[in-house]
Every structure is written in C-alpha cells, then in structure tokens.
Write a new protein. Structure first.
Lengths: 147, 232
C-alpha cells in the first residue's frame, strides 16, 4: 500500500451525526468482507441511498404450463418490490405479474402474457384500439408452440 | 456506465484517492464540512470498530437523499453516487468536490487511485433453481474440462489483472439485496498503485473509465445490451 494504511470500508457502520438513530447495518456482499483492495463505494449501495434503480431482466421466451412464446427480440421486464410484494412488468404492453417473491411475480407475468396474447389473437370483432394493441402484441411474438 | 442507456444496470459509481496520512485533514474537517454542506448536508460518523484506527475510517458527508457521499479520512478522499447520469456529468460533480478538497488540503502524491462501477442484474432462476448466466454475460465458467458451467446455482468469482494504466479487479457474484431481489453483481474496480503525481489524476480517471467500459460491454450479453437501450 506504499505507506497508506489500508482500511475496509465494508465493515464500517455509520451513525447519523445529526439525528439520534440506530446505526445503519448493511448487507455486505460475501466476498467483500474479506477484501481490502476495493475502492470505496459499496457502502451506500445497499442502504437507504439506493432504491432509484429499477432492475430490468431481458426476456426472449415466455411460457406457461401449456404454451411457449418465442419473442422476436428480448423485451425488458422490470422487477421491483419488497416485503413479500413483488411485481414483474413489461411497460410497453402494460402486462404485469405479481407474487410473494421475484420468481413468483415473474411466473405470474409469464402466465399473464401468454393468456393476454392468446385472447387478443383469438378474439373477433375487436374495437379499433384493441386491434391496435393486438397488432402490437403480434409484432412482439415470433412463434408460439404447445409444450 | 452506459448512462445514456435507459435500462442500464449500474447502481453505484465511486472514485477514491488514497494518500499518505495528513493530520491537517482531521484538524480542519469542520471547515471542509462548511465547504460541502450546501450539497452534502448530512454528516455520518464512523462507529467504533474493534481493531480499526478511527482516523482511518472516513467521515461521510451525504446529500439530502443519500444518493451521493463524500468520504474523508486522514489518508483518503472518495466521492460516490448511486445516481449516475453519464460519465461527463459524473466528472463535473466529482471535479466540483475534488476542487474543494484539493484547494483546502495539500496532497501532492497519491498512494492509490480507484474508479469503480457496480452493476446489479436481476436474477430469475430457472426451473430447478439454476442461474442462466448466458442471459446476462458472455463469460463462460467452464474452468476445466468436465467442469459443468451450464447449471450454476451459486457464483462468487473474482479476478484481478493488469491492464494498460492500472489493475482491474472484477467481481461477479449472486447476492440477495435488502429488498429481497436476487441480483448478479458485476463489480468493476480499476485502480493504480502509487506513487502517483497529483497531475496524473485526471488522466487516470479517463483511462480507468475507458478500460472499465470496454470490459463491461465485452462482458454483457447481447440480450442484455438490447434491453439496455430501452424500447419494446
């Protein structure tokens, strides 16, 4: 370290110097607990400073227990939630799923997507707005097959 | 990185300079606080950690919304943010707080400089509980013949390697966040060990950003790159 004394940012706990509150206890990534060679940065990420970033998952295939839908290109699925309430959402189609964890929310999204797609595809006498929406969905889908 | 991408997975960016300990930083910390108070009104002080020298644990000056901090100890200065809106914008803010620091404290040589980008990519496990790594990254972890890389359940990988202008430490691991979402952490930390002249700091920032960006875009999967751009 060429004379500088190394310290580990990640084991520190901080107290608010202006308000009498309990120290922030952070969840530390497992590897970082042992390491002193990282630049500082992680300490803010997992406490109250975060929260403005939405996590996005690329999805190229969507399936339920009967159908598998292959998409022409990956679509972004936004995942967020806390306290056993999670949602997985595709913004453009406004289709979303919910569940007690991210996996459940995503599976619910998949089921909803397939269901919505099939119902628009198979419906007759759609209103002009619904036709437009059905057209948008069909543009997303490359093929659908039974599983 | 990739600030202009609508769906960039970047959650944290930090710059850190370490230097030989200077007690003037400790004795004039109150005056530094006055300088940064307008933008970083919150003060957080380190708790006692057994075995750690208090002077080496930075004081934190935070923005009102906790999205950015300036960390100050007798041998280090760091600026970090969770709201990254582009490298140029990051540099403008960094240089603003750096100027306050460098005008106030005399640091002619650094012992270490570091620039770090931390990304979180959400993980949805496959049926059976494995992680489909190729959905996120191009990296293949079949580190030996016969070593299966397809059905990964847990991942904790770090590599440190020399690159032009410094050393990159790359960490990839799965972890559960406080909000319960599981993520794949891609942590890219580019650092140069000293002695480094103070005039080399701006070029270090440019070089490290370039190196990190190159590695990141080589690493991220085609699928993920497509959705980073936004749309559909």
């Amino acid at each position: 370290m060429n004379g500088a004394v190394a310290y580990n940012m990640f084991e520190d706990q901080y107290s608010d110097a202006q308000h009498d509150v309990l120290p922030i206890v952070r969840i530390k990534p497992k590897r970082l607990l042992e390491n002193e060679d990282f630049s500082s940065g992680e300490e803010l990420e997992l406490d109250e400073g975060k929260g403005n970033q939405v996590l996005v998952l690329p999805v190229k295939e969507v399936s339920n227990d009967r159908y598998k839908v292959s998409l022409r290109k990956p679509i972004p699925i936004y995942l967020e939630g806390k306290n056993r309430q999670y949602i997985a959402m595709h913004e453009e189609s406004r289709i979303c799923g919910e569940g007690q964890d991210a996996q459940a929310a995503f599976r619910d999204f998949e089921a909803s997507f397939v269901s919505v797609y099939l119902s628009y595809r198979d419906s007759k006498d759609l209103s002009p707005g619904a036709k437009e929406y059905a057209g948008f969905l069909s543009q997303l889908v490359a093929k659908i097959e039974e599983v | 990185m990739a600030a202009l991408y609508k769906n960039a997975p970047l959650v944290h960016t930090a710059f850190e300079a370490r230097f030989f300990g200077d007690l003037a930083i400790e004795t004039r910390r109150d005056q530094f606080q006055q300088l940064v108070r307008a933008d970083f009104p919150k003060l957080y002080v380190p708790n006692t950690v057994p075995g750690k020298a208090p002077a080496l644990q930075p004081y934190q000056f935070r923005t009102e919304d906790n999205s950015a901090t300036v960390n100050l100890a007798v041998n280090s200065f760091a600026y970090s943010t969770s709201r990254y809106s582009g490298f140029e914008a990051f540099k403008v803010t960094l240089e603003g707080v750096w100027k306050l620091f460098s005008d106030f404290f005399e640091v002619s040589t650094f012992t270490r400089l570091g620039l770090r980008y931390i990304n979180h990519l959400p993980i949805i496990r496959e049926e059976g509980g494995s992680i489909s790594l190729s959905r996120y990254v191009t990296a293949k972890l079949n580190i030996a013949p016969g070593f299966p890389s397809g059905k990964i359940h847990d991942l904790d990988f770090t590599i440190s390697c020399e690159m032009p202008g410094g050393r990159l430490r790359f960490l990839m691991q799965n972890a559960k966040r406080e909000d319960g979402l599981e993520v794949l952490i891609l942590d890219l930390d580019f650092a140069r060990q000293g002695p480094i002249d103070k005039d080399e700091r701006p070029s270090f920032i440019e070089t490290s950003h370039e190196q990190i960006e190159t590695v990141f875009f080589d690493l991220i999967s085609k699928e993920y790159k497509e959705i980073m751009k936004g749309g559909t």
